[in-house]
Ligand binder design. Structure first.
Ligand code: GNR
Ligand code: NI
Length: 172
């Protein structure tokens, strides 16, 4: 296991890629999961998609456990949202690929997700609250979508510009 570099804006060439389904959750996929988890804990963050470490596969990890509590990692391959509530909730989101930027995002309050777990077993999960928000945020990453795509164009353009400028000045 190793902590990997997290891809950030302005690197949209990578972050905008649509990740490919894994053909099976094999030893290689599990090795990617392990690096993702270690990278997420190190950051720290509550979720991470494989593309954030430059791997364009439909893999994500989430762990909502609080500091000092036993860890509760969730390993997700090839997720599909099979139901989303009409009820919407808003939550202030951030992203390890867009450091130090936070905005309120509206999303379905509850979802049902089908996926393969760490052992390749088919699973279903009904999620609400922060888990539902986080899973939707991570599944967006698998489709090349960032949370800033859910906010106003004015705010999005402003933050993308900020990262472009910082990159040019060599600050990232
Ligand atoms: O660590 C993270 N926190 C967070 C807070 C609110 C909504 C979504 C997230 S996910 C984020 C880590 C990340 O960038 N995952 O892709
Ligand atoms: Ni993110």
């Amino acid at each position: 296991m190793s902590v990997r570099n997290i891809i950030t804006l302005p690197d949209e060439k990578i972050l905008r890629q649509v990740s490919k389904p894994v053909s099976s959750v094999d030893a290689h996929a599990r090795a990617v999961f392990d690096d993702m988890l270690e990278t997420m804990y190190d950051a720290p963050g509550i979720g991470l998609a494989a593309i954030q470490i430059g791997v364009a596969q439909r893999l994500l990890v989430v762990d909502l456990s609080k500091e000092g509590e036993p860890k509760k990692p969730l390993f997700v391959a090839n997720p599909e949202i099979i139901w989303a509530s009409d009820d919407i909730s808003d939550y202030e989101e951030g992203c390890l690929s867009i450091p130090d930027f936070y905005e309120m995002v509206d999303r379905p309050k509850e979802i049902k997700m089908r996926y393969l777990d760490r052992h390749g077993e088919a699973m279903e999960l009904h999620a609400g609250g922060l888990m539902a928000t986080c899973l939707q945020h991570e599944i967006d990453h698998l489709n090349g979508v960032l949370f800033i795509d859910h906010i106003s164009k004015l705010k999005r353009d402003r933050v993308v510009k900020k990262f472009l400028k910082a990159d040019k000045l060599g600050k990232l």
